[in-house]
Design a protein around this ligand. Structure first.
Ligand code: SAH
Length: 396
């Protein structure tokens, strides 16, 4: 018989709303024995079974719900069902058709808490970010191979969140002979993806649709792409007919990868692109002092606020770069501005950008709200999963 956890009275509300996380302070007792990752039955204080979860004694998220059906077994077949459903969900969406860089499993939203799977052509890159996914890694890899027919699986379980689960980082091949890098094609542009050393699982797949929007809006514009990483937005701007694209990042390897990608696309006019290894906060000030003007400014910074505790300081950073970005825009120019901070809500972010426009002394309007692509779904029960938000802003 599997162990069970009893929720403290009055602390069941998240699970009544089908939220997948059981926090430490909601657990009144563990009845029986469970090791990290073991499946436990979750019960209300008065003995009503709510579902099954993975036990994670080291984490503040003490258990993650696998299912809200207490009769559903957690076994190899469970992972086959969930993974097949995640793959089928994406296959049914025309907007994702033909993409060879695609997130196949997006953790909690796909009913697989802690599991990230990204597909880059024939390679799957897997991150096991919870005790439960760690325990079931064999079943997960087997189910992935079956559902996708991919040739290679590479593990990139090296994000900080593993530490919170009491797990050591782990990277390496899990199946086949994964290459260290590969090339994907996004909206007709070829991009080098460094599977071993790149950020996240190698690439920011979440910005795919926003890069398409950049391409669609770029014609004839002078573009400034800040925090360009490996040049995803820059190359789409060139593909869209930008007059000139200046890209900035403080990572030498990322800029080198951008050059390699540019060379993979002989149809793009490399002469229109320039690259700066610099700190964005400083460069924006230099450009402003030099009275440079752009018709499109892209701001896609790293997570300034990993949690809401950092929101205040992050707010100052967002206000700073957005004020400078707006000041660098020619009238009629477009700002594409993003926050991938889990600790900053979409509403709060819009507030920061509004303050930035006030500080800049410009009139500006939101043309579109932007978010991650459909391969990064957000569970209705867990809206905090909506980490990436953006605004397309026009300067009057
Ligand atoms: N827009 C990219 C992803 C950006 S990730 C894409 O679509 O792929 C954030 C990037 O910001 C990283 O490449 C990191 O090297 C860079 N970065 C972080 N702080 C920086 C700073 N102060 N100045 C310049 N670049 C910075």
């Amino acid at each position: 018989m599997s162990a069970r956890i009893v929720l403290a009275r009055g602390k069941e509300a998240p699970q009544f709303r089908r939220h997948p996380w059981v926090f430490a302070n909601a657990v009144e007792a563990l009845v029986g024995r469970a090791r990290p990752g073991d499946t436990v039955l979750v019960e209300t204080h008065d003995g009503r079974a709510l579902g099954r979860a993975a036990w994670s004694p080291a984490s503040q998220i003490r258990a993650r719900m696998w299912t809200f059906d207490a009769d559903e077994g957690i076994d190899d077949a469970f992972f086959r069902r969930r993974i097949e459903a995640a793959v089928a969900r994406r296959a049914a969406l025309p907007i994702l058709a033909g993409q060879d860089g695609l997130r196949l499993v997006h953790g909690e939203a796909d009913g697989l808490p802690g599991l990230i799977v990204d597909r880059y052509g024939e390679v799957l890159v897997v991150a096991l970010n919870s005790a439960g996914t760690e325990k079931w890694s064999g079943a997960i890899v087997g189910a992935l191979l079956r559902a996708t027919g991919a040739a290679h699986v590479y593990e990139r379980s090296d994000s900080d969140v593993r530490r919170l689960e009491g797990l050591e980082p782990r990277v390496g091949p899990l199946h086949g002979a994964p290459p260290a890098s590969t090339v994907i094609t996004e909206h007709g542009v070829r991009l080098l993806v460094d599977l071993v050393g790149g950020h996240k699982t190698g690439f920011y797949l979440d910005q795919r649709e926003n890069r398409r929007l950049t391409r669609d809006l770029a014609a004839g514009r002078r573009v400034l792409n800040c925090f360009c990483y490996t040049g995803g937005f820059s190359l789409q701007a060139l593909a869209g007919g930008a007059r000139e694209v200046l890209s900035v990042d403080s990572s030498g390897p990322a800029l080198a990868a951008a050059q390699t990608s540019l060379a993979l696309n002989p149809g793009l006019d490399a002469g229109r692109a320039s690259w700066r290894d610099a700190d964005v906060f400083e460069l924006l000030r230099e450009l402003k002092a030099a009275e440079e003007r752009f018709d499109m400014v892209i701001l896609d910074p790293p997570k300034f606020a990993p949690s809401s505790a950092h929101a205040e300081r992050a707010g100052r950073a967002y206000r700073d770069i957005n004020r400078l970005g707006l000041q660098l825009l020619a009238p009629g120019g477009l700002l594409m501005t993003y926050s991938c901070s889990g600790g900053v809500s979409a509403e709060r972010f819009r507030g920061f950008v509004a303050s930035a426009a006030a500080d800049a002394g410009v009139d500006a309007m939101v043309l579109q709200h932007l978010q991650a692509g459909a391969d990064h779904p957000v569970a209705l029960a867990a809206p905090e999963g909506e980490y990436l938000k953006g605004l397309l802003v026009a300067r009057a």
